[in-house]
Design a protein around this ligand. Structure first.
Ligand SMILES: [Zn+2]
Length: 250
């Protein structure tokens, strides 16, 4: 079970409801997006090729379903397009076709056009952009950020604060509170003195997933550990846990 977790917090814990706990968000700005390449890390010509791949604004520029044979080869060389080049056999798994088959560009494009490949994934897209930009002799990194897409924050003091900041858990205590973990994590219920009281509240007011509700009994089972409730973040329930208090406000 994901998305909901129990936290043991002080009975007078005041963390604002439905707001990500302050200890989970670095308050100091990190690296800045590079303006020249808009975070892509490419030089201008390569970025244009990347932007054109799907080109939602001007469809006539899109080339995700118009790749060339050398681009197909680039994908095959990096073990993509296995739907075309490999077969699957019980007990043997995926194997390269014995005839060394390489699909034609037409075949791949037709499949992409129909949505049959589920779309070229992000890595395929990188490979294709690089292959096309290299063929056109324009491939290169952004001269400002050198492929990073970001630039270090210009203020050294802020940079240091950002890097040294560490995430910290809310304080622990005798109370019981439901948190959602769809975001970094935020409290969603009032703090109750017992797991039973929280379960009672949850049955009325909380969802276990999306808009699904569950009974008081189920909530309680999860709270007392008979059923799994995102145990990954049930840190506060474990003996000896004091929270990542390294830089918690004193
Ligand atoms: Zn850049």
């Amino acid at each position: 079970m994901g998305h909901r977790t129990l936290k043991r917090v002080p009975l007078d814990f005041q963390g604002p409801l439905n707001k990500v706990w302050e200890g989970y968000i670095n308050p100091y700005p990190g690296p800045l997006t590079c303006n020249l390449c808009d975070g892509s890390g490419y030089n201008t010509a390569t970025k244009q090729i990347a932007d054109d791949f799907y080109s939602f604004e001007d469809r006539s520029r899109a080339w995700h379903d118009k790749i060339t044979q050398d681009e197909v080869q680039a994908l095959v060389d990096k073990d993509h397009l296995m739907d075309f080049t490999h077969t699957w056999k019980q007990g043997e798994g995926l194997k390269r076709r014995e005839d060394g088959y390489i699909p034609t560009a037409e075949e791949v494009n037709a499949c992409q056009h129909r949505g049959g490949l589920g779309g070229h994934d992000t890595i395929s897209r990188f490979i294709l952009i690089e292959a096309r930009a290299k063929r056109l002799g324009v491939f290169g990194k952004c001269p400002v950020c050198n492929d990073e897409g970001t630039l270090p924050h210009p203020n050294e003091a802020i940079r240091k604060l950002h890097e040294e900041w560490m995430e910290y858990e809310p304080p622990t205590g005798a109370g019981y509170q439901l948190w959602e973990t769809c975001t970094e994590g935020s409290p969603v219920s009032p703090v109750f003195a017992s797991a039973e009281d929280l379960a009672y509240w949850c049955a009325e007011n909380a969802t276990i997933f999306a808009d699904e509700k569950t009974s008081r009994e189920n909530w309680l089972k999860m709270f007392v550990g008979e059923e799994d409730l995102d145990t990954g973040s049930l840190l506060a329930m474990q003996p000896g846990f004091i929270g990542a208090l390294a830089n918690a406000p004193k």
